[in-house]
Design a binder for this molecule. Structure first.
Ligand code: SF4
Ligand code: SF4
Ligand code: SF4
Ligand code: FES
Length: 359
């Protein structure tokens, strides 16, 4: 079917200058972004339905009352839009000041310092002081989850975590409770995250634009600007999710999803995101162990390999190749798993080989 296009005039740029062309069905924000026109946002996330909660993307549109949010306003052919009028910028600054006034934002102490959309917006709008005195009362952090810390005092109620949990992970563990300045993100029955139906997938942390949701294991391991991002494929199952390793001084500090890549499109499960502790575990085996009289003793590689080879030969000679089987671990690298199946198929002559990434 032929796509219907529409033409808008944004900030005076129109047919004479450069056409602002969009597709029918897009929002004003989408048309502007596709044409390289910047509009600040906070609650918007491209992977989730528009929410229209933060009011930072407000614009002025000829023949429309007030300042509609660009993220929820459908773009219409012939629309005349202004994204940065004096009044629009003034309202955005007020919104930002109110967000700061109703929270506890000490960036020096925050794990998201340098990776925070609120911090960037406050800087961009050159806010130097907060004019409002509020009745803000700090709430205790929810530190109950083994993976996630929720600091309500840094939450800007953008609802991204709620939508991610429901729309991306299909879990629906959290929602916005109460109203107005009392509103906060809560679990069903207001339990701690640990006692809720949360599965610790960390998707809410991934989409949170500020330091209200952070990863426990990454705490203190480095600031965002110190990280080298290394793209890789999750080895755990056959889906092959695309992920970023955030690496500092050769150590993985956390893992996030690659947003615009198939097959996971910015999502990860709990294993892919958090299951990497074993890499640095003190309990890792550093030398082969041979069981003797019910307990293990350390052995050299030569001794261990000779023993294993002799026992395999003995069993196969006596009972045939299908009497042995191998399971390779997804925690080892793909190349090791490949070699393991090669050993069993080509070396031993059996297809009795498995790995949880087989699907
Ligand atoms: S959430 Fe952002 S603005 Fe708030 S303290 Fe953390 S870095 Fe600063
Ligand atoms: S960790 Fe996953 S399941 Fe738990 S609240 Fe966040 S998105 Fe929902
Ligand atoms: S916790 Fe983060 S994602 Fe959730 S509403 Fe607050 S700021 Fe938004
Ligand atoms: S980004 Fe549009 S209202 Fe928040």
């Amino acid at each position: 079917m032929k796509e219907e296009t529409i033409t808008l005039t944004v900030n005076g740029r129109d047919v004479k200058d450069r056409k602002i062309v969009g597709k029918k069905g897009q929002t004003v924000l989408e048309v502007c972004r596709d044409n390289g026109i910047y509009i600040p946002t906070l609650c918007h996330h491209p992977q989730m339905p528009p929410y229209g909660g933060c009011r930072l993307c407000i614009v002025q549109i000829d023949n429309m009352r007030g300042m509609p949010p660009a993220c929820t306003t459908p773009a219409v052919d012939g629309m005349v839009v202004n994204t940065h009028t004096e009044s629009v910028v003034r309202v955005r600054k007020t919104v930002l000041e109110l967000l700061l006034a109703y929270g506890d934002h000490n960036c020096l102490l925050c794990d998201s310092n340098g990776d925070c959309e609120l911090q960037n917006l406050v800087y961009e709008h050159q806010i130097e002081h907060i004019r409002f005195k509020t009745d803000f009362v700090p709430k205790p952090k929810d530190d109950s989850s083994p993976m996630i810390v929720r600091d309500h005092n840094k939450c800007v109620l953008c609802g991204r975590c709620v939508r991610a949990c429901l729309n991306l992970q299909m879990n629906g563990a959290i929602d916005i409770a109460e109203r107005g300045s009392n509103a906060y993100i809560a679990t069903f029955n207001n339990t701690s995250l640990m006692d809720s139906v949360c599965v610790n997938c960390g998707q809410c942390v991934e989409v949170c634009p500020v330091g209200a949701l952070t990863e426990k294991k990454a705490k203190g391991l480095g600031r965002a600007w110190e990280m080298e991002k290394v793209r890789t494929t999750c080895p755990y199952c056959g889906v092959g999710c695309q992920m970023w390793l955030h690496v500092k001084d050769g150590r993985i500090t956390r893992i996030s999803a690659v947003e615009e890549a198939q097959p996971n499109e910015g999502r990860l499960c709990v294993k892919g995101r958090f299951g990497y502790d074993f890499i640095y575990s003190e309990e890792r085996l550093k030398t082969p162990l041979i069981r003797e009289n019910g307990s293990f003793r350390e052995a050299s590689w030569d001794e261990a390999l000779d023993l294993v080879a002799a026992r395999f030969k003995e069993i196969i000679a006596k009972h045939g190749p299908d009497s042995v089987a191998g399971v390779s671990s997804s925690r080892s690298i793909n190349e090791d798993s490949y070699q393991m199946q090669k050993l069993f198929r080509a070396g031993f002559g059996t297809n009795n080989i498995d790995n949880c990434a087989r699907t």
